[in-house]
Design a protein around this ligand. Structure first.
Ligand code: ADP
Length: 332
């Protein structure tokens, strides 16, 4: 009998640890006597037929590499019924009736839509933003937070030599997970995130009071998605806006660092490699058992499968304990 084929794709924003997930998915598929097929460039590549079988050697030496060997892409066409029909047709033509999707919120929504077209699909959460419900962490988040921590450590070295306010803008268009975790881990004086309204005049007062008490510099971690001064979602970075405001109101020099895409790269941490491997194995096991429409996450260190439609209808909460801690230590 021919082995059942399973397609594997990475989609949306890349995240460190995706390669560890691909490696485990391919080798677990072989373990279950499934035939793994790599699909390049996410749903875009699927529609265009960019796919090929993978063997164990195809995933040698990648566990330590950031990015994704399967490449990633975004596809507006896939969001249309015609695009999805082409994707399903491509899978059928290659006799692939099950799929592992490794990606963020949008990619998992795409996974659900393919499940509804009759493909057996399991998703695993991979995004540095950590904004996926039904899992404590998504693949790539830990590495990203460590990258931010490393950068802020360096900024702190120079900061301690000058009397200034240092603003570090981190990723997180809709969520403050990176800012909250990295801000706490770096000992930031202020953390600004989209989920919590802030009062800049209060921040200025805090900085001035601290300066009077002998504090020479402050570090503020800002999520890129915080509310812009004056509303709207203008093109000026919020850290720059906030920096200007502090200079004008508090009369203290500011320096801005926008970390940008370095947060996506780098060698995945132990936590990300283990999480990616664990989730990928369980996802392939589900597919082996013929179970689809699931997202596999890790909650309180236990691997759990959730219905994709349920998971995508939930709202990811910030860790309440860290939120409280930040309110005490870092004026959130
Ligand atoms: P991420 O997976 O990192 O959140 P995107 O939001 O860009 O990244 O989603 C990646 C791709 O998933 C999109 O380019 C699109 O092809 C597909 N996708 C996103 N949202 C949906 C949706 N609601 N239905 C079907 N496919 C979607």
């Amino acid at each position: 009998m021919l082995a059942k084929r399973v397609g594997i794709l990475t989609s949306g924003g890349d995240a460190p640890g995706m390669n560890a997930a691909i490696r485990t998915a391919v080798r677990s598929a072989l373990h279950f006597n499934l035939e793994p097929w790599g699909i390049y460039r996410g749903y875009h590549g699927l529609i265009n037929g960019e796919l090929e079988p993978m063997d164990s050697r195809a995933v040698s030496g990648i566990i330590q590499r950031g990015g994704t060997i399967l490449k990633s892409a975004r596809s507006e066409h896939f969001k249309t019924p015609e695009g999805r029909a082409q994707a399903v047709d491509m899978l059928r033509r290659h006799e692939i009736d099950s799929l592992l999707v490794i990606g963020g919120d949008g990619s998992l929504r795409g996974a659900l839509s393919l499940q509804q077209e009759g493909i057996t699909v399991v998703g695993i959460p991979a995004t540095i933003d950590n904004d996926i419900p039904c899992t404590d962490y998504s693949i790539g988040f830990d590495t990203a937070v460590n990258t931010v921590m490393d950068a802020v450590n360096k900024i702190r070295d120079t900061a301690s030599s000058h009397d200034r306010v240092y603003l570090v803008e981190v990723m997180g268009r809709h969520s403050g997970h990176i800012a909250l975790y990295s801000g706490l881990a770096c000992g930031a004086d202020v953390i600004l995130i989209p989920e919590v309204p802030y009062d800049l005049d209060q921040v200025c007062q805090q900085i001035q009071k601290a300066a009077q008490a002998g504090k020479t510099y402050n570090i503020i971690v800002v999520a890129e998605g915080v509310r812009r001064i004056g509303g709207g979602n203008g093109t000026t970075s919020p850290a720059m806006q906030i920096g200007r405001y502090i200079e004008e109101k508090a009369g203290i020099e500011t320096r801005i660092t926008i970390l940008g895409h370095i947060q996506r790269g780098g060698v995945p941490t132990v936590r990300d490699r283990l999480l990616a491997s664990r989730l990928a194995y369980h996802a392939i096991e589900l597919i082996f058992r013929g179970v689809g429409g699931k997202m596999v996450g890790e909650v309180d260190q236990v691997v759990k499968a959730f219905d994709l439609d349920y998971a995508l209808a939930q709202e990811k909460q910030l860790n309440p304990d860290y939120r409280r801690l930040a309110a005490v230590l870092a004026s959130l």
